[in-house]
Design a protein around this ligand. Structure first.
Ligand code: GUN
Ligand code: FE
Length: 453
């Protein structure tokens, strides 16, 4: 099962190509072309299934997954702070603005040391792949060398990634020891990283550069303007934080008298290729603007618990036509597993729907119509994220990259059990709520197994 390029995988597949729609392809055949893209999908009851199976079996290109295993699309994690991995699970008891100054900026400053960066980024990329993350959107740090190293590690390990040199030059909000030396430096550094990724000899499209103003508070107007101009000129992807918390949302309102969304739009940073992290406090008008620009949102339900003061109104955003995927927000969120993000996305939506203040009457306690279930969580973590990035991935369909993971209830010391009366749909739900890294037996990108040895 190591290299499926040019082969056909016989397995049970499950994917969620749209919100609220789970599709289970029991005993199906997925044929890959030589580049690891899906050439053909044949369901068990499709005409020609039996003949196709006999044919590939005779040709010696049939690969059969073990019984009771399930193949899911690989996870697309839309929001990761790569340098924050060493503080995963730490320092979650302070407010965002204190967390940044007391813990996060000092940690990120350490990536001036390339040996430290190598150890940390190697561990992170290996762990994320083992957890089933086949596409990652990374904020790196302000440093050139360490950020290039992250690009190299993704290419080496075969993880699809968007890598951004973080831009932050506002001396009022960023410490002396950790910021771009000048605005020009930050802009030149962003251009240099774009050139590095685009001209990398080993990069055949697996890694893309992403323009990464940290967030409005950490950037001067000149920086935001300059990065908006690069986005227009290069057509690159863009990512930043948007209306994450009361403090951050209020800071932007105070600085410009308009919302974060409107401000970013004014700087040319709201494009079809923009990923806005969090966006918890966006208004219906902001949603319309985001939808009109075609930008997407990285919903980060785990980190929102600790830093955001509110639950992202996911259903409202989807209803307005905003494209949404999920992000772990390592290390604002304390888990590297997109399964955990799925679980929290479901839980947060239920709390928003019912409300959380017990002294209020049930009729006014929550926001009706807010809930999602495991189907939509799976969608957001896979096809939804891929759609935000305009990537042909996240679903089992011809033309898509075969980026996928094999869940095996018997692999490792996991807690996942399948009982006789579990339907296929029950089993997928159990996987979303109960699978751990131990149950992920194989992870592929471009049809090649990439799981850590
Ligand atoms: N806003 C600015 N920087 C950060 C960060 O590193 N994490 C989170 N969650 N929010 C931010
Ligand atoms: Fe973040």
């Amino acid at each position: 099962m190591n290299d499926l390029a040019g082969r056909t995988l016989a397995a049970t597949f499950a994917h969620a190509p749209e919100p609220d729609r789970l599709e289970i392809l029991r005993d199906a055949l997925v044929a890959l072309d030589g580049d690891g893209r899906i050439a053909r999908v044949l369901r068990a009851d499709d005409a020609g299934h039996a003949e196709a199976r006999t044919e590939v079996s005779r040709a010696g290109t049939l690969v059969t997954a073990p019984a009771d295993t399930l193949v899911l699309p690989g996870f697309v994690d839309l929001h990761i702070h790569a340098p924050q991995y060493p503080q995963l699970g730490k320092a979650l008891d302070v407010r965002l603005e204190d967390w940044l100054q007391r813990y996060t900026f000092p940690l990120e400053a350490k990536y001036a040391d390339i040996a430290f960066a190598r150890a940390s980024y190697t561990a992170l990329v290996g762990d994320l792949i083992a957890n089933g993350t086949t596409t990652a959107v990374y904020f790196a740090t302000v440093h050139q060398e360490a950020t290039r190293l992250l690009v190299d590690i993704c290419l080496d390990r075969g993880q699809r990634a968007f890598v951004g040199k973080v831009a932050m030059d506002n001396a009022d909000e960023c410490p002396d020891y950790y910021r771009d030396a000048t605005t020009e430096d930050g802009i030149a550094g962003t251009r240099a990283l774009i050139d590095y990724v685009r001209s990398h000899p080993n990069n055949r499209g697996l890694v893309e550069p992403i323009i990464t103003p940290r967030f409005v508070p950490s950037c001067t107007d000149a920086m935001l303007d300059g990065l908006g101009a690069i986005a227009k000129e290069c057509g690159c992807a863009v990512t930043t934080h948007c209306s994450e918390s009361d403090w951050e949302h209020g800071y932007v309102l105070n600085r410009y008298g308009i919302s974060d969304t409107e401000a970013l739009d004014g700087f040319g940073l709201l494009t079809r290729r923009t990923v806005l992290a969090h966006s918890n406090l966006i208004s219906p008008t902001d949603m319309e603007r985001i939808a009109a620009r075609g930008s997407g949102v990285a919903h980060c339900p785990l980190s929102n618990v600790y830093f955001s003061n509110a639950v992202f109104p996911l259903r409202a955003a989807l209803a307005k036509g905003v494209r949404v995927g999920l992000g772990t927000d390592i290390a604002g969120g304390p888990s590297a597993s997109m399964f955990d993000s799925c679980r929290m996305a479901v839980a947060a939506s239920r709390m928003l729907e019912d409300g959380v203040e017990p002294s209020l009457p049930p009729e006014t306690r929550g926001r009706p119509g807010s809930r999602i279930d495991f189907r939509t969580a799976l969608h957001l973590a896979t096809a939804g994220g891929a759609d935000v990035l305009d990537l042909p991935a996240g679903r089992f369909a011809p033309g898509c990259h075969f980026d996928a993971l094999l869940v095996d209830p018997r692999a490792g010391p996991g807690n996942l059990r399948r009982w006789d009366d579990d339907s296929d749909e029950d089993y997928v739900q159990k996987v979303i709520f109960g699978a751990t890294r131990a149950n992920i037996a194989t992870v592929w990108t471009e049809g090649k197994a990439r799981t850590a040895a």
